[in-house]
Design a binder for this molecule. Structure first.
Ligand code: NDP
Ligand code: 2IT
Length: 446
């Protein structure tokens, strides 16, 4: 199989879906040589089958705003692959949501979920609903209308959504409340990321950010280095960024930036615990903007900019896709950044990834480094199925263990024989692929 020929076909089949094409191209560059060396996958057309979702549901979401205007949005659920478990993946509410973005996220989820070692398939969904500036009542009415349709397509053994951009504890609460009402059943395993009061797991809200830092620790360990004392850039100020920053600060690193849509905040001596607590309240409860911070704390605010031009040892992009463009990647390498662990999904453009690899930077793609979130979602499902709740310590131990196993799987498939450099992208792509592909072979032509 030729890479060029495959990509040409893919582009024909997914015209205009540039994020989806980008995600597949990154994977195909590693998988096609591997598949060519393993003819059983080639003959069974595994890659062609894996790049076509099982099904996509698209639906109208009609709701009424506080001024009694009728509003119409578009809802989606991309059920990508249930080869190794029920469809599993988050919901994104953002004005940019479209089919290309949800297909790229669902596709990445196949490899990520396989890497967790847990029995979860891959899906993603959401809506082009913009929660910014909406009242709680509007968000509730939107969530209720969205779930009224989505409830027909999900279930604890079918498809289990969770959060993503714009979907946090508040939205999961409204969605679960509506599901429970419609189904006349308390089926806690139908959604994850729930509050601890009604079936959520300890550490789920921390898991993606903590997990990315645990992954970075594993990468550093191979060089006999540690997190303590490292200067870190974190982008984003939402769920993933907040808990990546928290874990980094706890481990003695200096987190000098966080960002949001308004720009980035720079604290030369490192963000303090007190400032992080303030930011968590600002973002999670007041739903405010980082641009307000200089009024309260001694810090710089760079309006409309991204943090990638600040000198650092490590970078944790935790905002959104393609936030590291080629120019940003060049700045990071020039500014002596030695490690990048992606909390976000596909935050680096493919040319940037190539540059990191050429510069022999330790680079962990999102599908490996941010897998802690969905892994603890799977453990939330386990707890729900057994009607038990584990302790924070137990779940945190599982998380550390899982991140270490994902890291080791990346090393197994990504270590370059000549110089020992680990290509974590290749490791994650092949390491995530094999289990899913072998199960597909067992199932025959389906
Ligand atoms: P949140 O909505 O909690 O936070 C997202 C943050 O990124 C916000 O601070 C937001 O700014 C910022 N952001 C979003 N879009 C843009 C943009 N276009 N330009 C600049 N800043 C932007 O989402 P999460 O923290 O949950 O998700 C962040 C990333 O992590 C996403 O890529 C997601 O797919 C990925 N991820 C999330 C997981 C999870 O468990 N939640 C698991 C694995 C990956 P503002 O505050 O101004 O809105
Ligand atoms: O991208 C992701 O892995 C998530 N948004 C979390 C998905 C989940 O089901 O917990």
């Amino acid at each position: 199989m030729e890479l060029n020929e495959f990509i040409k076909g893919l582009k024909r089949r997914s015209r205009g879906q540039k994020e989806f094409q980008q995600a597949v191209e990154e994977v195909a560059e590693d998988l096609i040589p591997y598949i060519n060396d393993h003819p059983k996958y080639k003959k069974a057309k595994i890659l062609e089958r894996l790049t076509e979702p099982d099904r996509i549901v698209i639906f109208r979401v009609c709701w009424e705003d506080d001024q009694n205007n009728i509003r119409v949005n578009r809802g989606y659920r991309v059920q990508f692959s249930n080869t190794i478990g029920p469809y599993k993946g988050g919901l994104r509410f953002d004005k940019s949501v479209n089919l290309s973005i949800l297909k790229f996220l669902g596709f990445e989820q196949i490899f990520k979920n396989s890497l967790t070692t847990l029995p979860i398939g891959a899906g993603k969904g959401g809506a082009n609903f913009n929660p910014k500036g909406k009242s709680d009542a509007e968000v509730m009415r939107f969530c209720q209308s969205f779930m009224t349709e989505l409830s027909k397509h999900i279930g604890a053994d079918t498809d289990i959504p969770a959060g993503d951009i714009g979907v946090g504890a508040r939205e999961i609460g409204y969605l679960f409340g509506q599901y429970k009402r419609i189904k006349h059943k308390f089926q806690s395993g139908v959604l994850t990321g729930k509050s601890l009061d009604y079936g959520g797991s300890p550490i789920r809200k921390e898991a993606t950010g903590y997990g990315a830092v645990y992954f970075a620790q594993e990468m550093l360990k191979r060089r006999d280095e540690e997190v303590e004392g490292k200067v870190c850039l974190v982008s984003g100020a939402g769920n993933v960024a907040q808990y990546a920053a928290e874990k980094l600060i706890d481990l003695g690193a200096k987190v000098v930036t966080l960002s949001d849509r308004s720009g980035f905040v720079y604290v030369k001596d490192g963000i303090s615990r007190e400032m992080l607590d303030y930011i968590m309240d600002l973002k999670n409860n007041q739903r405010g903007s980082l641009s307000d911070l200089p009024d309260k704390f001694d810090c710089e605010f760079h309006e409309g900019e991204k943090p990638w031009n600040i000198r650092c040892d490590m970078a944790f992009p935790c905002a959104t896709q393609n936030e590291i463009q080629l120019e940003d990647a060049k700045n990071l390498v020039r500014n002596s950044c030695v490690l990048i662990a992606e909390g976000a999904n596909m935050p680096t453009v493919n040319e940037g990834i190539k540059l990191f690899k050429e510069a022999k930077v330790l680079y962990a793609p999102g599908k490996a480094a941010n897998a802690g979130g969905v892994a603890i979602s799977a453990l939330e499902m386990t707890q729900n199925a057994t009607r038990m709740t584990w302790t924070r310590e137990e779940v945190d131990k599982h998380l550390q263990n899982i991140m270490q196993k994902i890291h080791d799987k990346c090393v197994e498939y990504g270590k370059q024989p000549d110089n020992g450099y680990v290509d974590y992208v290749k490791g994650a792509n092949i390491g995530g692929f094999v289990k899913v592909a072998d199960a597909m072979l067992d199932y025959g032509i389906v």
